[in-house]
Design a protein around this ligand. Structure first.
Ligand SMILES: C[S@@+](CC[C@H](N)C(=O)[O-])C[C@H]1O[C@@H](n2cnc3c(N)ncnc32)[C@H](O)[C@@H]1O
Length: 278
């Protein structure tokens, strides 16, 4: 794995007013969702573009098994972002995409899950359009869909949940800034991305805003990978169980009575499965 120190862009973003000849010489950028981890969940289009790429910029959610599918000659650049460990600022990533495309390269921007679900894909394509660079966006299976399916939790169900919302649980100034009233509706599943640290607050606020303490809830760590772990409980018990299990990111929190269906669906998990449950 090549990890360049790319905290500073090698070039400033060039002027957006380009002449037509220069535009023709440009490369292109593929903004590809790589799914939640299991390489079997890549789309055919994702794989085809991985094979065409000359340079790949990838983040920390891209599993080693997926990186192995890149052809040997592809230049690999880690641009991973973790909480408190931002390997590279978003503006620097944007600048690198432009820089490589202007050098005529076919650039793969490989992102975990789907590029447009909490993935800042919108900012990257804004920059590319501003510089007249051709790009293609390939949707990926977002973590909520992959992790829930592999954990045996249907996100909607005729008898239990008619809606499903995805939110981010990132702490802002030490508090979780969510619309608790809208979230604490009955017959709704809530999936929280980036919420592990805020789990106790999330459970407490949902109960304070009207959800019963015995509402089903789960945390899925490393969903769809061979190290997947699932801890289940209720809004009243989950935070303590997760603390005991010492889960770590990336994780998703799933809240709703669909979580209870897991026991029923788990019976159909293939015997060869490596999926773990705590
Ligand atoms: C910056 S967001 C990117 C989401 C991504 N674009 C997607 O569509 O899944 C990163 C968060 O997604 C969630 N996540 C991504 N992959 C995951 C996985 N395999 N298992 C559990 N959660 C995952 C975690 O909450 C993680 O902190």
């Amino acid at each position: 794995m090549i990890r360049r120190d790319t905290r500073r862009p090698r070039a400033k973003l060039p002027s957006t007013a380009a002449d037509p000849k220069q535009r023709a010489a440009r490369g292109e950028v593929y903004l590809v969702g790589a799914g939640p981890g299991d390489p079997d969940l890549l789309t055919l289009r994702a794989l085809a573009l991985m094979k065409r790429a000359e340079v790949a910029l990838y983040d920390n959610l891209i599993s080693p098994e997926i990186l192995e599918l890149l052809p040997a000659g592809v230049e690999r650049i880690y641009v991973g972002k973790r909480r408190a460990d931002h390997a590279m600022r978003q503006e620097v990533i944007n600048a690198l995409l432009v820089e490589y495309a202007l050098a005529g390269k076919r650039v793969l921007r490989l992102k975990g899950g789907d590029p447009f679900i909490f993935g800042r894909g919108g900012e990257e394509i804004d920059t590319l359009s501003a510089h007249g660079i051709r790009f293609e966006v390939v949707p990926g299976i977002t973590a909520a869909l992959g992790a829930a399916a592999y954990a045996g939790i249907p996100l909607t169900h005729r008898d239990h949940a008619q809606s499903c919302v995805f939110v981010t649980g990132n702490l802002k100034d030490g508090s979780v800034d969510l619309d608790w009233e809208a979230l604490a509706r009955p017959r709704q599943t809530i999936v929280v991305y980036m919420g592990l640290l805020s789990l106790p607050v999330i459970c407490r606020e949902l109960v304070a805003h009207g959800l019963p303490r015995d509402t089903g809830a789960a945390v899925v760590q490393h969903g769809t990978t061979s190290t997947q772990r699932v801890v289940t409980g209720t809004l009243g018990t989950l935070a303590a169980r997760v603390a005991r299990a010492k889960l770590h990111a990336p994780t998703l929190i799933i809240v709703g009575n669909v979580v209870r269906l897991r026991e029923q669906l788990a019976r159909f998990t293939p015997a060869s499965s490596t999926r773990r449950t705590t």
